[in-house]
Design a protein around this ligand. Sequence first.
Ligand SMILES: NC(=O)C1=CN([C@@H]2O[C@H](COP(=O)(O)OP(=O)(O)OC[C@H]3O[C@@H](n4cnc5c(N)ncnc54)[C@H](O)[C@@H]3O)[C@@H](O)[C@H]2O)C=CC1
Ligand SMILES: N[C@@H](CC=O)C(=O)O
Ligand code: NA
Length: 817
Amino acid sequence: MKVLKFGGTSVGSPEGLKQVVGILKDYQQKGEHIAVVNSALSGVTNELVAVGKMACSNDPAYEEVLESIKQRHFEMVETIMTGETRTRVTNNIKVFLKELSDLLYGVYLIKELSKRTSDLVLSFGERMASYLLSEYASQEGVAAEFADARRLIVTDSSFGNARVLFEETNRNIGTHFSKSSHLQIVTGFIASTEDGTTSTLGRGGSDYTAAIVGAALDADLIEIWTDVDGVMTTDPRRVKKTYSLKSLSYAEAMEMSHFGAKVIYPPTLAPAMSKSIPLSIRNTFNPEFEGTLISKASSDWGYDVKGISSIQEVALVNFQGSGIMGVPNVPNRLFNALSEAEINVIFITQASSERSISFAIAPDDGPRTKEVLEQEFNLEMINHKIDAVEIRYDLAVVATIGENMKHQPGVAAKLFGALGRNGINVVAIAQGTSELNISVVVERKDFSKTLNALHDIYFLSTETRLNLFIAGVGLIGSTLLNQIKAQYDNLLKQHLKINIVGIANSKQFLFDLDGIDLDNWKAELLERGRKGNIDDFVTEMVELNLSNSVFVDNTSSQAVVENYQRVLNNSISITTPNKLASSGDFLKLQEIKNTAYRRGVKFFYETSVGAGLPVITTLNDLLNSGDRIQKIEGVLSGTLSYIFNSFKTGTSFSEIVKEAQAAGFTEPDPRDDLNGMDVRRKILILSREAGYQMDISDVQIDGILPESCMEAADVPAFFEELAKHDHHFEGLLKEAEAEGKVLRFIASMEGGKALVALKAVGPEHPFFSLSGSDNIISFTTPRYLERPLVVKGPGAGAEVTAAGVFAEVIRIFNYLS
Ligand SMILES: NC(=O)C1=CN([C@@H]2O[C@H](COP(=O)(O)OP(=O)(O)OC[C@H]3O[C@@H](n4cnc5c(N)ncnc54)[C@H](O)[C@@H]3O)[C@@H](O)[C@H]2O)C=CC1
Ligand SMILES: N[C@@H](CC=O)C(=O)O
Ligand code: NA
């Protein structure tokens, strides 16, 4: 036989009840022997709690709440029942409600509500619901009887949370079921004491009733029908994509439910376990779905971890002092005192130095815990053997659960790695030798972030979110967004979901936690974007505190660079084509790198030299493998390369500069290219990577741009001025051509001395044959001495630059996961 339990949402609406009866019919057709346990209509128990309190405090408004409870039940009868059944059921519900109303009036008059009376008030919820269900099922052709559990389940008299007396209970259930031929609809949650007074089994106790009935009848399955698809990998309100667990062992289910997974009431498991009866968690509104099976064995589902459970609000008590060390009865006294005060301890840790014991409790128990301990250890505290009790609030516990974690090295490493990379501070840790559960205490502000970071790290092959924040959506930024859009589905197939959470330009910014619409971001930024600068953008990004976050700087702005420290300090990685940080103040750059290192995040800027070409990574590969940079030489400007590759007799120099700008090769201000500043920065970046502590003033330059061009007020004025100097550049070109040479703007660095100059080179020179916006960089090292290592290819332009940034985003993701 099977025992089916239906929760409040299943029986709380006409649709729910229809589903329930459908499930019952299904079993009837299969000829299965079943019994049903059910809860009160959803929300009714809470209303009964409220109405009792109001009546007790002599608030006449209790009658309004009572009226709403009445209406709820009458409406249900009206909607689902017909003809003579409707009249009979209405009359019987009226009898229940009259009794409830009299009881509450009594409470109102005497202004007293004991736990015992409260249990009686609450019992009406289950009683009316079970009666309704039995009548409705019968009307629909499933002959059923209402069974009041107060005649079956016997408890002690701890009202509110009574303890079951199993011997009598099992006997009663056995006798009752042996005599009844119809389907029994048993009230969940309620019971009675030996003298027949109504008691309850604790909130959520209907699950427990089902397990008690199931165990008493030796059922072969207990089904808990609720409104979700079984037990999920973690809290779906906190993590976007969670998964229903196919199976859990009793021990795993116990851990999951203890740490907040609301799907099952923890005491339920004991009776089921005692008889090895499996429990199945099913969805009334999705009956085809198989749900979660809880049984003796833990199945292997391909992951070490089954689920991540949590308690959002805890306080941590630190109990310490020299008087704890080696004194055996201190822990004993400590926990006895807590137990006597009925303070529940959620978890305990003690370092092997034995100087302190930390334990987590519900925050509401904080003040009483302090009192109890100060009383118990009064003497030791006066003698300074034990310090004052410290309690930290605003904390949460996140527990990683699974039997397969046992004997599995690396599970804890993954956990702490993920927390570290996401900048989540661990306040306390506990793991029992059962290795079933690793619990960490974190600050409440990091609660969601922790759940997300851990869910990602353990269930990686399902889907990981990478949260991107993009400053600068000009040429490179918008190209990057287009590339992400085009590659989005492919990455999803590889379980990576790129979520563009924030974008900013110099005037406004836009945030969307669900990801900015990549088809429409320009209009959205314009319409929904808020006014604000980069500091505001970063502040909001940091406050969001999302896991797996990456900041992309696609600007050429120093104001953005000024935020790098703050970004990295908040454990958010950076990738950027902006050269200002890597070629700026040496000490500041060092600090930025140190912060990234300390926080365990990345600061990448490969695209600042040679755009998408692997220049910086190549250089680092050489150094990391023990090589040494003797000389760097290169054409490092895409703009200047393009210009001198296209500049032939008969063409105009200034027109070609305009072409380079139109092609997207130039800096936001093309003078940064023409005056050699861009190249100086790049050779400086490479020199620093090679190990030289140099500044921009250490890079000598032979400029090619006349002074007056530099002085022009803006870019259009600059182009006008430049046109006046076309003849100067023609002269240079002619000179070179006469010798069979070409012009190349070459940067070089040898032994810490860097130089940038325009040179005429002949066909024998490796830089002679370049085309388009090609960059070429050659590294001379002891291993690449006769023939230097050369990197060559397009070194500027929107597509190749954005692609380089994109690649670094993915590299950071690989690192994070
Ligand atoms: N064009 C190319 O081939 C390459 C460019 N780069 C670098 O890429 C970066 C971007 O270049 P482009 O896209 O061409 O520039 P752009 O001028 O088209 O776009 C710059 C963007 O940054 C925004 N911005 C400027 N200051 C800001 C601030 N303080 N806060 C927030 N947003 C701000 C602007 O509103 C704009 O959206 C530059 O640092 C450039 O040196 C690097 C390698 C190659
Ligand atoms: N303006 C730069 C772009 C790459 O950094 C160039 O021309 O190389
Ligand atoms: Na590069």
